[in-house]
Design a protein. Structure first.
Ligand code: HEM
Ligand code: CU
Ligand code: CU
Lengths: 278, 613, 236
């Protein structure tokens, strides 16, 4: 009989662990609270099924364990029961799928007013680029990348000149303003993931991928790389600082644009040649 | 040479003899009548020397045991690697000898070994070879020679795989998914020889498996004994059969992926390689698509999950039924569920790629198909527990493994619904939640089945019963240990800890998990060590175990009805069995005993309520 | 071959019959030789391999940044001062399809136990296959001469070279393996192994003319695949 008891304790333990766990998700800091809700719903339905199935099993173990003089029931099939169970399961599954798909629909449809951010990944680091006054990011190419053009912006693309370049692994975001993360990678797969925002997507070399979210908590967050990218994977971190509009605008003012960079480079260049002439 | 073969003429005459009063003869129809044999006796090669009998052996039972042993050997290597990883994760200060390179190489080899070289080889090569001919009433696999080559290909594949530990750069550390570009670029350990050997080994495995797989399929389709219809086969055979079909159709994608990646690596083609900037230099690649590889890999990878799961489903159904002394509930539903799951498993692969950067609109389709699979899977679970209902359950070691399987499988199945449901997958994918999920559902649950099957069929293989007391210790340590490894691990995933992290204690909210990681590691060591109990049990049993005799579990299926235990080459002596019923006539009201074997003719059980099946 | 007679079992035509065979004991495909059933399933698996190749090809061709070369130019042949597009390939295809025909005849004569005819036809098939492989080698060397490599291609996207060499190479390997077996089978036919039921060298299975049909299945399959490769590489 002890087998039944141990199995029962395992189920009970699982439930208690779930209720009292000190390890649970971080407070959500974006609009994707719906994902948490779907998870909670799945926990209720799925957890209910888990408990029901296991308790039924434990009950059978107690009630029907071997006795020499008992004979098991002979009943190969029960069409009606099977039909009921099939439909009940289908219903349960549909109830889980529906919210999942609704949220996914939001996930793939980016709001119009989202600010685009170019997130560039490499082994092993991040840097970011924001559109300038014109609100558009310049196009890029991997082969353009060099010290003078860290993002590989196409020089003949007029949209590129005023792009704001943040050559740091920390990016600031404005609170309550949706952002569209445009991911690209110059070498292997990476994934820009902030657990508190819930959202993630791989950066794939050769193409640009995207996702969006709207931060809604001021504070600092850690960026983790969530797609294996070689030995440095575990150490490939970055940061996000979500700020109110005021602070954010201040911060933005201080950032360099691509044309600033080019100008700086040219000054350097000319001073160098001057020096050489002297 | 010819004396090595059966004198097949004489036996043939015997087995195609019709039982008295055959169908067309116009006499009163005999209810024991079974159609005469369609196929002539199989012509078997009997080895004489040690080499032909035990090494290059053509007897499927021996090949099955060979597969089993070699797969277990690689599995133990996989287990040791997992210990090293857990040491690093739980007690990094004790694992000073381990660098990140090592860790990633171990993760990769552990994952690939466990999934392909351990579980797949063990279920299909091991159990498939041993059980299929016995269970369908054949003398052997239909192509014994090919079957033998299949095992030796597997042997070479394992050799090549293990050789990669000794080449410059070591084995590949690209993760078992082998995603390019990273897999073949510097920055990943083993990006030169390591990944090459991995690809070669996989190609050899696929080639070898194809030879075995053709055997399993044709044996089931074309070499059943008289009276054995498809719907009378034990579910074990159904599971292995369907899994083999999946393998035959899924491995091609792996083969093609591995081949193309090898070419990218060696010849510098750019199938999967876009323009890449590495250490300030643009590489010679360009224009390829990394996501294409992911599609190929997962078109193989997802069915692969079911290649492991379906045989497990089948075997567990039989074990539960035998030890609950009750027919499996809803046999037909079980068969259709196996076939349905198998078919559907080809339409869900991209659920591994929700956040891979593929067109996000695919998410809708694949989430729907994935959750549809949950329905037949759930039906199977219901039928298992309904089989227990009003049974007469022997709580022996085999049954304990079955119960352990139900708990872990349901647990892992439910977390699968989280991950299949696109938007729920977004926060959880690539975190420890995934690790916990698939270990529970395709690591631990199939392991429970394997263990149950070992305790169940060991008497058939060796003629002796394993010790029950040791068996129970083995079970409880393994089950409770494994559950406490993986149940808490889901919550690491909720915190947001990504998988494949060599170290994680530099983030504030991850530090909170230090204690849990230590606990998990200790549990992992215990589980691993507990397997020694089984080894001890086996050695002890082989020496002094209780003789099992014929049919110790009072099962109905054919494998227990051979004239000698363990069965000899050719399985059935000089007369093939004739099957009259399905494999689950347990506890039939009116019958003398609580089981009626498949070979019992209807006239012997005339006054019972046997269903016409 | 046609309509096997099975004691105590009535074969029915059509879907009904199929369902009944499936539900029956012993065999699902009534009267089908094990080896033949095996070959069918192997070919199904092989179909998946080629499908994966061709789907990858489509995807690769779709995602390259550089233009795909124009097939009729790349594969053109200079004959008597005229540029004839797809000439070589047309001949290759013709040869391979013809060899399928001779193979089918060989199978027929095999079942009629006409050893001589059967042997010669297998030999003819083998020579057809060999010619095909030879012409393919010629085409490869021509392209290589013109600078096409698996990793580069002067006419456009480098993936063209990669896919071309890989897929035709894989197919060519299939043909070559087939040719080797055809020669072996021709030898065995002439020697009368199939008449006597002599055991094979490796597998020690007894010889039977059905083996020729099995090899024939493989050969027709290889031809069929070629038609697809032809369409994908040369006509698209
Ligand atoms: C008690 C036994 C086992 C332990 C302690 C264990 C432990 C681990 C650990 C620590 C990882 C690495 C997690 C990470 O860093 O991302 C891992 C990965 C993995 N394990 Fe296990 N494992 C065990 C059994 C199995 C079994 C039976 C399977 C068979 C399905 C399996 C399949 C895998 C796979 C596929 C991976 C992923 C490898 C990758 O990320 O590339 N493991 N396991
Ligand atoms: Cu990474
Ligand atoms: Cu999957």
């Amino acid at each position: 009989m002890h087998a039944g008891i141990i199995f029962f304790l395992v189920i009970l333990g699982s439930v208690l662990f779930h209720i009292f766990t000190p390890w649970y998700w971080t407070d959500v800091a974006s609009n994707w609270g719906g994902m948490d809700d779907t998870i909670t719903l799945t926990f209720w339905i799925g957890g209910g099924v888990f408990i029901a199935v296991c308790l039924f099993m434990v009950y059978c173990v107690f009630k029907f364990s071997y006795k020499e003089d008992r004979k098991a029931e002979y009943k190969p099939e029960d069409k009606k029961l099977e039909r009921i169970l099939t439909w009940a399961t289908t219903l349960g599954v549909a109830a889980l799928l529906a919210p999942g798909l609704i949220i996914w629909n939001q996930y793939v449809n980016v709001p119009k007013n989202a600010i685009e951010i170019d997130v560039m990944a490499w082994q092993w680091g991040w840097q970011y680029r924001l559109p300038g006054e014109d609100g558009k990011l310049g196009t890029t190419k991997v082969v353009n990348i060099n010290d003078d053009n860290p993002f590989g912006i196409n020089l003949d693309d007029p949209y590129g000149n005023d792009d704001v370049m943040i050559q740091s692994d920390v990016i600031n975001l404005e609170n309550n303003r949706p952002v569209k993360i445009l991911l690209r990678s110059v070498d292997v797969l990476h994934n820009w993931y902030v657990p508190q925002f819930r959202a993630k997507m791989d950066a794939v070399p050769g193409i640009v991928t995207y996702y969006w979210f709207e931060p809604n908590k001021v504070g600092e967050f850690e960026v983790l790389c969530a797609e294996y990218c070689g030995v440095g994977h575990y150490a490939m971190r970055g940061g996000v600082e979500v700020q109110d509009k005021q602070d954010y605008d201040n911060w933005l003012q201080q950032q360099e644009t691509f044309s600033d960079l080019i100008a700086k480079q040219e000054i350097l260049e000319t001073s160098k040649t001057k020096l050489a002439k002297k | 040479m010819s004396e090595d073969f059966n004198d097949n003429k004489t036996i043939q005459a015997q087995s195609s003899e019709t039982i008295s009063g055959g169908g067309g003869s116009g006499l009163s129809p005999d209810k024991d009548y079974v159609r005469p044999a369609e196929i002539s006796e199989q012509d078997l090669y009997h080895g004489h020397s040690f080499i032909t009998k035990w090494v290059f052996c053509q007897d499927a039972k021996v090949i099955g045991v060979q597969y089993f042993l070699l797969a277990t050997f690689t599995g133990i290597i996989g287990l040791i690697l997992s210990w090293l990883m857990r040491l690093q994760l739980g007690f990094p200060e004790l694992a000073g000898f381990m660098t990140a390179e090592h860790y990633y190489q171990f993760v990769t080899m552990h994952g690939m070994i466990m999934v392909v070289y351990f579980l797949t080889a063990l279920f299909l090569g091991g159990f498939g070879n041993f059980l299929i001919p016995l269970m369908v009433g054949a003398r052997d696999m239909v192509f014994p020679y090919l079957n033998m080559v299949s095992f030796w290909m597997f042997f070479v594949a394992v050799g090549v795989l293990l050789a990669s530990f000794f080449v410059p750069g070591g084995p590949t550390g690209s993760g078992w998914t082998l995603y390019p570009p990273q897999a073949i670029l510097e920055g990943t350990p083993g990006s030169g020889y390591g990944i090459m050997l991995m690809c070669i080994s996989l190609i050899l495995f696929v080639a070898g498996f194809t030879m075995g797989g053709l055997n399993y399929l044709i044996t089931v389709l074309q070499a059943r004994t008289r009276g054995m219809t498809l719907m009378r086969m034990p579910l074990t055979v159904w599971g292995i059969f369907t899994a083999t079909v999946l393998a035959m159709l899924a491995f091609p994608a792996l083969l093609v992926g591995a081949l193309m990646m090898s070419l990218d690596n060696v010849l510098g083609t750019s199938f999967f390689m876009p323009t890449i900037l590495k250490a300030g230099e643009v590489l010679e690649y360009g224009g390829g698509s990394p996501i294409l590889f992911q599609h190929l890999f997962w078109f193989f990878g997802h069915p692969e999950v079911y290649i492991v799961a379906l045989p497990a489903f089948g075997i567990i159904s039989d074990l539960i039924s035998v030890h609950a002394r009750k027919n499996i509930f809803g046999y037909r539903m079980m068969v259709w569920a196996i076939v349905g799951i198998g078919a559907l498993s080809f339409f869900v692969w991209a659920h591994h790629m929700y956040v891979s950067g593929m067109n996000p609109w695919f998410g809708f389709f694949f989430a729907t198909t994935t959750l549809i699979i949950a329905v037949p899977t759930a039906m199977k679970v219901y039928n298992w527990i309904l089989t227990l209902w009003r049974g007469n359950i022997r709580l022996n070691t085999v049954m304990l493994w079955c119960l352990g399987f139900i708990v872990t499988f349901v647990n892992g199945g439910i977390t699968g619904i989280f991950l299949g449901n696109v938007s729920v997958d977004v926060p959880l994918s690539d975190t420890y939640f995934v690790i916990a999920h698939f270990h529970m559902v395709m690591g631990i649950a199939p392991l429970m089945v394997i263990m149950g099957a070992v305790y169940h069929w060991f008497p058939l293989v060796s003629g002796r019963l394993l010790d029950e007391k040791l068996g129970k210790w083995h079970f409880w340590l393994t089950f409770l240990g494994a559950y406490s490894i993986y149940f808490p691990m889901h919550y690491l995933g909720f915190i947001g800890v990504p998988r494949r992290y060599f170290e994680m204690y530099d983030s504030p909210y991850m530090t909170s998990a230090v204690g849990m990681n230590e606990f998990i590691s200790i549990a992992a060591f215990i589980v691993g060590a507990a397997q020694l109990i089984l080894m001890y049990n086996i050695i002890k049993t082989l020496k002094v175990g209780k003789p099992a005799g014929h049919n110790p579990w009072k099962a109905c299926s054919l494998e227990w009805l051979t004239p000698s235990v363990p069965p000899e080459h050719g399985n059935w002596g000089d007369k093939l069995p004739i099957v009259h019923r399905w494999a689950y006539d347990f506890s039939v009201p009116g019958a003398k005993e609580d089981f009626i074997t498949q070979t019992t003719p209807p006239s012997e059980v005339a006054n019972t309520e046997v269903e016409k099946t | 071959m046609s309509d096997p007679k099975i004691e105590g079992y009535v074969l029915k035509p059509g879907f009904r019959g199929m369902a009944e065979d499936t539900g029956s004991d012993q065999t699902m495909f009534k009267g089908v030789h094990w080896g033949k059933a095996m070959m069918w399933i192997f070919l199904l698996s092989d179909t998946f391999i080629f499908s994966c190749f061709l789907i990858s090809y489509m995807k690769g061709r779709g995602s390259t940044l550089i233009d795909w070369p124009n097939a009729s130019e790349v594969f053109g042949l200079h004959v008597f001062g005229v540029e004839v597009p797809l000439l070589l390939i047309a001949i290759m295809t013709f040869v391979l399809i013809t060899s399928s025909g001779t193979m089918a005849l060989a199978v027929k004569y095999g079942y009629e136990k006409n050893r001589k005819m059967c042997g010669w036809l297998i030999l003819a098939t083998a020579i057809g296959g060999l010619t095909f492989v030879g012409m393919q080698a010629f085409e490869w060397s021509k392209l290589i001469h013109e600078g096409v490599r698996p990793w580069e291609n002067p006419f456009g996207a480098p993936q063209f070279g990669s896919f071309f060499f890989m897929i035709t190479g894989f197919h060519g390997t299939h043909v070559s393996i087939g040719v080797i077996f055809l020669f072996i089978y021709a030898y065995k036919t002439f020697k009368g192994h199939y008449d006597e039921g002599k055991r094979g060298w490796f597998t020690s299975m007894k010889g039977d003319y059905v083996e020729i049909e099995i090899l024939g299945l493989y050969w027709h399959f290889v031809d069929l695949v070629w038609v697809f490769i032809f369409a994908f590489f040369y006509l698209w």
